[in-house]
Design a protein around this ligand. Structure first.
Ligand SMILES: [Zn+2]
Length: 233
């Protein structure tokens, strides 16, 4: 049976060390298959100059030009179990995988899917790479995602999106899953609505923090959890 993104997210948060190790090995073999696949191609940085320029201005000491970034066939990714993803960053080999299809498949009526273009996914995933390279890699998934979403805000605004559009199309799938997890109850229509409205409020807060403050890269609020990949959105 296929897992919903919420189930995958919950599972990922609860991995033991041995399960984590097995997941690493399984992921590495999937990654090899993706890279070797006939419809996979390396992303040409020149086509995404605005993305690199934006991030290099924000984080001038990080070399982003040599990151391995691949554009892949969405159906092939789905066949490997990466269903409904916008993209992901694999930390061990510093590899970014982005499906070409810009809308994601829904598994059930409650799932919320992002509407992201490739450049927007690229900004987000490169921010995870940046996070790893400025020593934030032991942060919880919550703080990690906040870092990526918060620091992509000005890029999204530069494309002319309103705050509401940014929340609904970009931030909501993750915030919604995270709020659902906090509610710790079975998926029902009422719970989903509550999670969605909490997620929207959190999106607004996130925008207000990142609109008015410089991101704080030296936050000491560390978490012991460590994750293999980010982004099941
Ligand atoms: Zn992310």
């Amino acid at each position: 049976m296929k897992m919903t993104n919420f189930e995958k997210y919950t599972k990922m948060r609860n991995l033991s060390n041995s399960e984590y190790k097995r997941s690493c090995e399984k992921l590495k073999s999937k990654l090899d298959k993706i890279i070797k696949h006939k419809l996979t191609e390396k992303l040409d940085n020149k086509n995404y100059e605005a993305v690199f320029a934006y991030l290099e201005k924000k984080f001038p000491n990080i070399n982003l030009r040599s990151v391995n970034i691949y554009l892949c066939d969405s159906e092939f990714l789905e066949s490997l179990g990466f269903l409904g993803i916008g993209g992901f960053y694999e930390r061990i080999n510093s590899t970014i995988i982005i499906p070409r299809k810009e809308t994601q498949s829904k598994i059930n009526e409650f799932e919320i899917c992002a509407k992201l273009s490739i450049d927007e996914v690229l900004v987000h995933e490169l921010l995870h790479y940046i996070s790893d390279n400025i020593g934030r890699n032991n942060y919880s998934i919550e703080l990690e995602e906040e870092f990526a979403y918060g620091n992509s805000l000005d890029y999204l605004k530069s494309k002319g999106y309103t705050n509401d559009e940014i929340i609904i199309n970009n931030y909501l799938p993750f915030l919604y899953m995270s709020e659902l997890l906090k509610l710790k109850v079975k998926n029902t229509k009422k719970i989903n609505e509550k999670a969605k409205s909490n997620a929207i409020s959190r999106g607004k807060e996130l925008i207000s923090v990142y609109s008015s403050e410089k991101p704080n890269n030296n936050n000491d609020n560390k978490d012991v959890e460590s994750f293999l990949i980010f982004d099941f959105i």
